[in-house]
Design a protein around this ligand. Sequence first.
Ligand SMILES: O=C(O)CCC(=O)C(=O)O
Length: 330
Amino acid sequence: MTHIGQVGQVETRPDGRPPTREASEERRSERESGRRAIAYAPEPGMLSPLAPWPLGCPGPAMHRKPRFTRVRTTLTATSPDEVAEGLTRDGYVIVEGALDAAAVAAARADLLGILEETPTGRNAFEGFSTQRIYALFAKTRTFDSIAIDPFVLGVLERALGHYQLSAPVGIQIAPGEKAQVLHRDDSVYPLPEPHPNVVVNSMWPLDDFTEANGATRLVAGSHRWEPARRPEVDPEIVVAEMPAGSAMFYLGSLWHGGGANTTERPRLGVILEYVVSWLRPQENHYLAVPRSVVRALPERLQELLGYNIYPPFLGYVDGRHPRSALLRSD
Ligand SMILES: O=C(O)CCC(=O)C(=O)O
């Protein structure tokens, strides 16, 4: 495939330096008013906003310590059709060379600046040595063109039909971080199993992902498991080792998790998670991304951030298409 995020498509400053963060003033005031991090702090025993099991509970895959057979992945695809076929068959697909080196460098530079002001995780699921950049589209313009790239949208159309962004998050796993509990991204939705695909995630590594630095771990084929099966005993774990600039697509029903980082250097990647338009996205983009920022985005990205309807009229605002809310001054 062609490079998705070529330099020309990534916004740069007039002098060619890495992208500015248009929302930096917004962020500063958000930080000062304490609004930046997710304000919801559940009590132990309550449902975590990020894990479908009570906080303090080890999670479904940890009740019995799994032993892993490690397999390195070699799956690659070059067209949305191939990716869609791979998702159906294996639950995940890697596309190498999706971003060129300059796009990776620009994205890294931008996110590294944001990470300087980003806290580490508050629970084992987020990762106590992991930083997560939530509200990504309020903080960087680096992923605008990637989120709406025709290749990416072609994959989503095939796998989900009508979709929107759910959870766009930068994830930096620092040295010493433990492996994240295996989980399914779509388990936040209380849907009976089996159900059609409702979530597709994409991982954009900005460092080479290796087993040692915490490459994502996947249980290949687990999206086809019978309901209630858990990866408790000898799951065959695929380690998604891939060069920076790759794109990995995986279904929300695939068991997976971030790996442990046993190296001396952090591992940076970005997930752009999408969900069908008839379900609530994980992040509330209306509140996460200021309307002044959304107004300046490409229309397709506005739609993916929720300024759209699921036909015929799910999501209307005052009887109108939600795009009309962007035209109002309030
Ligand atoms: O960072 C990774 O490799 C995966 C993270 C993940 O699955 C998650 O946080 O839900």
